[in-house]
Design a protein. Structure first.
Length: 276
């Protein structure tokens, strides 16, 4: 693909920031978007083109894409939908409004941006759309109902889009990431504190024994945790390979849980995932 321009969302830190750096080093023109203007300003100081894009704000999606297309003369080689957040908590304690809010950011905003990009790619005759899913788009886990629901939805949308785009020059790819070093835990805390009334929950003792410690305490890497560069490496293949894979598994956990989902009966998978 000769047009090496890409719009990446969620570039303030972690996976998005590493991807922006890694692709720029390979000669890509990177539009490294962030939700907060202060983060965009910081990236601009580092030499990036950094449009402000908040998935929950349709106007910001339109402005960001317009800014990118004006800069490129109306083309865009690739889109990496990466920005998302988590909201820990038991499913029964999750207010419906909280679920609506996370779907706006993790699903509906992605869909809006993707729909806006497709006509550009269709007209220019090429394009790559890469959606960043998770091992939790393949299997479920306790205390992660909201995030898991959004990733299961992303899987369905992305798989359907991929087969629908087979008659076009647009490639659609899924990245399924397991434990990778990022700020997703720290960034989840404000959402947890806003929406989850754990002290009034019938599961209060479980929150105190399990979730609160995991959420608030600084600790070392999780088992099998990889650096963000592991995701960037797969993203590079998805963008630069003449025939990208439909799906890339990243971390051993993703490979293991994918195999478990396919091979284990539901009761056995429940037992395994209940361990968290």
């Amino acid at each position: 693909m000769t047009d090496r321009s890409i719009l990446i969302t969620g570039c303030s830190s972690g996976i998005g920031f590493d991807a922006a750096q890694g692709l720029r080093a390979r000669g890509w023109r990177v539009f490294a978007s962030c939700r907060q203007q202060a983060d965009c300003d910081r990236l601009r100081a580092l030499g990036f083109e950094a449009p402000q894009l908040d998935y929950t704000d349709p106007a910001s999606i339109d402005r960001a894409l317009a800014e990118v297309l004006e800069a490129t003369g109306g083309t865009l080689g690739a889109l990496f939908n990466n920005g998302a957040y988590a909201m820990p908590g038991a499913a029964e304690d999750l207010p419906t409004e909280a679920l609506r809010a996370i779907f706006e950011a993790n699903v509906f905003g992605w869909h809006s941006l993707t729909r806006a990009v497709i006509p550009v790619m269709r007209a220019q005759g090429y394009g790559r759309i890469v959606n960043h899913s998770s091992v939790l788009g393949l299997v479920y886990a306790p205390w992660r109902a909201a995030y898991t629901a959004t990733k299961f939805a992303t899987e369905g949308l992305t798989d359907t889009l991929r087969i629908e785009m087979r008659d076009t020059p647009i490639h659609v790819v899924t990245l399924n990431t397991g434990p990778v070093t990022s700020k997703i835990r720290q960034n989840a805390i404000p959402h947890f504190e806003r929406w989850i009334d754990w002290q009034a929950s019938p599961r209060r003792a479980q929150y105190e024994a399990k979730l609160l410690k995991r959420l608030y305490e600084e600790r070392g890497p999780d088992a099998f945790e990889l650096p963000p560069s592991a995701v960037t490496a797969r993203l590079i293949h998805a963008l630069e390979s003449p025939r990208p894979r439909p799906r890339y598994y990243i971390t051993k956990v993703t490979w293991m849980m994918s195999a478990a989902q396919r091979l284990l009966p539901t009761r056995a998978l429940d037992w395994l995932t209940a361990k968290g």
